[in-house]
Design a protein around this ligand. Structure first.
Ligand code: PRP
Length: 215
């Protein structure tokens, strides 16, 4: 039997991803987020786990370096990689939103035209403003987006909000929600055909758990 290589993202989705896979027999005993070993093999169940940076995960799957992976819909929408999306795993719910410092709040979205927007999601932000016909300058950052308006790098941010704590702590207010996202199971297109039986079973088993939890 061939190995199945599963890519797991560091960060907020990591722990639940391990838990879910474990519950369908894909044991990942020694797999920890801060492991120095980035490839961990489970000989018994013929599974190999690789741990990647969140934003890179769809690339590993697109090129077939991993057969499948678990990643947020936000990253899929931003990265636009050529992969199959097999299942909504329904955890890791968050939303992409537009936020401004409290004192910058304006009555209409068009009042934010020609301002600068800091974001980790430049493609999503660009298409959002384009769809509204609002011109903005998009500034790509890789993290700590809330810092940008505090130090005058941008007036606005487009970022992920989960609990809302980060916004509150930085005196930012949400002025528009762009989309909501959850974790997805994705697959390399060729792997899905070549390892169809195993992957189909995995999807079926995960679906039972995910849907059972959401009844
Ligand atoms: C994300 C996001 C916000 C925060 C939102 O950042 O960019 O900063 O989480 O979560 P909350 O609404 O629960 O406070 P992440 O922790 O991924 O790190 P980053 O700032 O380095 O992007």
């Amino acid at each position: 039997m061939d190995y199945i290589t599963i890519a797991l993202p560091k960060g907020k989705l990591f722990a639940r991803s391990i838990e879910l896979l474990q519950s369908v027999g894909y044991e990942a005993d020694n797999v920890t987020e801060d492991s120095r070993r980035l490839v961990i093999t489970n000989e018994a169940s013929k599974v190999r786990f690789i741990i990647t940076k969140t934003v890179d995960l769809p690339t590993y799957v697109e090129y077939g370096a991993a057969d499948i992976g678990i990643i947020g819909k936000d990253v899929l929408l931003e990265e636009q990689k050529n992969v199959y999306e097999l299942l909504d795993l329904k955890f890791g719910k968050c939303r992409l939103m537009l936020a401004v410092p409290e004192q910058m709040r304006r009555p209409n979205l068009t009042d934010y035209a020609h301002l600068r927007v800091a974001t980790k999601y430049p493609n999503c932000a660009r298409s959002y403003f384009q769809s509204l016909g609002i011109q903005t300058e998009i500034i790509k950052l890789n993290g700590s987006i809330e810092l940008a308006p505090m130090v005058g790098l941008s007036e606005l941010i487009v970022d992920i909000v989960e609990t809302g704590r980060t916004l509150k702590e930085n005196r930012l207010v949400e002025v528009a929600s762009i989309y909501t996202a959850t974790a997805r199971l994705i697959a390399n297109r060729a792997s899905f055909k070549l390892k169809f039986d195993r992957l189909e079973k995995l999807v079926g088993d995960l679906r039972v758990i995910v849907e059972g939890e959401n009844v």
